[in-house]
Design a protein around this ligand. Structure first.
Ligand code: ADP
Length: 453
């Protein structure tokens, strides 16, 4: 849901609009078109009755504790998430998780069928709801249905392992338009429909046996650039950025990683690479130190517990060897921060290190570029992040190549300011022209042709 539950002054639960690009982008579209937002409120407490808040009609779909375990932590985050991210962690295939996935998708489809006006437009988001397009079409053939996958879609060689591969593809094909982050994911999808369902495709179109035509295309998501830039420009953000640099011992250069603590993000790999540079004596801790912010995430899933141990062991080791009192080699925070603190971190960082092993888009890379309004700063970016399609001027790296990653970090640390400015200016030009409003309106225009956005 696009709102968070907060406690009101009298102790009763109230709702506040959540921060975040998706909500910001859809907010005006929802207002103009009297849209309803259907979602899970994020707890297993009783779901609130439909209500209006922040200009939106909100319909909450309940999940039981068992469904959170089987549908959300299980099938969504321990089957689909690792499978769709190149099997970086082994996916687990369990039939009771799949059954819960079908059941919950059906509930969402039912809720949408009840709320949508005649011939309304419904936009379904992300990997947790891939069956909804087909289910909803069966209930409401009059609707115009769009679907957007926020994460990568793997090629048939990996996707083909999924025991329910045909059901998922058929589920998605209930939509009129399917959006992906990268052109490569859209072509994976088209190939999957040929190989696993035997359908004909041409350019971005899939021809179904019943005569329907479904389109699959890339629509790279973005952020609210102006909003973040405004925060980055505030004097208080600058003061905080200077304070952060002082507090970590005023190194010449600050490297920064900001990620959810997820095995797809390549956090341990980047700490290891930085530690090797210090061990080799190529970089000294006075020349460069690292700040790694890792947001707690999916803490009940086993793989995430193991990852946390791995990262924290690596950080402890490098600091034990190379840190001094008041000047750690790696400053590590396992916590969430507000937008102002994040903007201050982005402003404090000379080199932003975004090296996921696989990532649908990676908004952190875009947020860094948004905050560097003075065209300073350097971005090191994994080829395996969707953002690499757009930020061709970044230092693009293969995060599996330790030597390549190390030498790229050194190049980024020692880059001459003129080249840095040229690179950043070009990335900013692209970003400013492709913000999240443009993403939403280009998808909705492609879906409807005539919707007011
Ligand atoms: P993912 O969606 O996989 O988490 P993205 O990079 O696309 O990865 O988006 C992450 C979002 O979470 C960004 O908007 C980023 O600012 C935010 N974020 C990341 N780390 C933190 C943190 N420690 N505290 C608050 N927000 C964070």
């Amino acid at each position: 849901m696009p709102v968070d539950r907060v406690e009101g002054a009298d102790g009763t639960p109230q709702w506040r609009r959540s921060p975040g690009g998706l909500v910001t982008a859809l907010d005006p579209v929802m207002r103009v078109n009297k849209g309803a937002w259907i979602g899970w409120a994020g707890s297993t407490d009783e779901a609130p009755e439909p209500f209006d808040e922040a200009g939106m009609h909100l319909v909450s779909v309940p999940l039981s504790a068992t469904e959170v375990e089987n549908y959300y932590e299980g099938f969504s985050n321990a089957t689909l998430w690792p499978l769709y991210h190149d099997v970086i962690a082994p996916p687990v295939y369990r039939r009771e998780w799949w059954e819960a996935y079908v059941q919950v998708n059906q509930r969402f489809a039912q809720a949408a069928a009840e709320v949508a006006d005649r011939e309304a437009v419904v936009w379904i988001h992300d990997y947790q709801l891939q069956l909804v397009p087909e289910m909803l079409r069966a209930l409401r053939p009059d609707l115009r249905i769009g679907y957007f996958l926020h994460i990568p879609l793997p090629p048939v060689e990996l996707f083909g392992r999924l025991p329910w591969r045909q059901q998922i593809l058929r589920g998605l094909l209930g939509a009129d338009l399917i959006g992906f982050q990268r052109p490569g994911a859209a072509s994976n999808f088209l190939r999957l429909t040929r190989r696993l369902l035997g359908y004909q495709t041409q350019r971005d179109q899939v021809f179904l046996p019943d005569g329907r035509v479904v389109r699959a295309r890339s629509f790279p998501i973005s952020i609210d650039v102006a909003e973040l830039e405004e925060i980055a420009r505030r004097p208080e953000t600058h003061r905080r950025a200077a304070e952060i640099r002082e507090e970590i011992g005023s190194p010449a250069k600050v490297l920064l990683g900001i990620d959810r603590l997820d095995y797809t993000k390549g956090i341990a790999e980047r700490i290891h690479a930085f530690a090797e540079l210090l061990n080799d004596g190529v970089v000294s801790p006075d020349e460069a130190t690292f700040i790694q912010v890792a947001t707690p995430s999916r803490e009940r899933v086993e793989q995430y517990k193991l990852l946390r141990d791995e990262v924290e062991l690596a950080v402890g080791r490098v600091n034990g060897t190379h840190g001094r009192i008041g000047r750690p080699a790696v400053t590590y925070l396992h916590s969430s921060h507000d937008r102002v603190e994040l903007a201050a971190l982005y402003r404090a960082a000379d080199v932003m290190v975004v090296t996921p092993l696989r990532d649908g888009m990676n908004l952190v890379a875009k947020e860094y570029v948004a905050c560097r309004y003075d065209n300073t700063g350097t971005l090191v970016l994994s080829e395996f992040a969707g953002a690499a399609d757009e930020f061709r001027q970044a230092f693009l790296v293969n995060p599996y190549d330790v030597d390549g990653l190390k030498s790229t970090l050194v190049d980024a640390i020692r880059l001459d300011p003129r080249t840095a400015t040229r690179k950043m200016r070009s990335m900013r030009r692209h970003l400013v022209e492709h913000d999240v409003d443009k993403w939403a309106s280009s998808f909705l225009t492609a879906l409807t042709g005539d919707m007011r956005t």
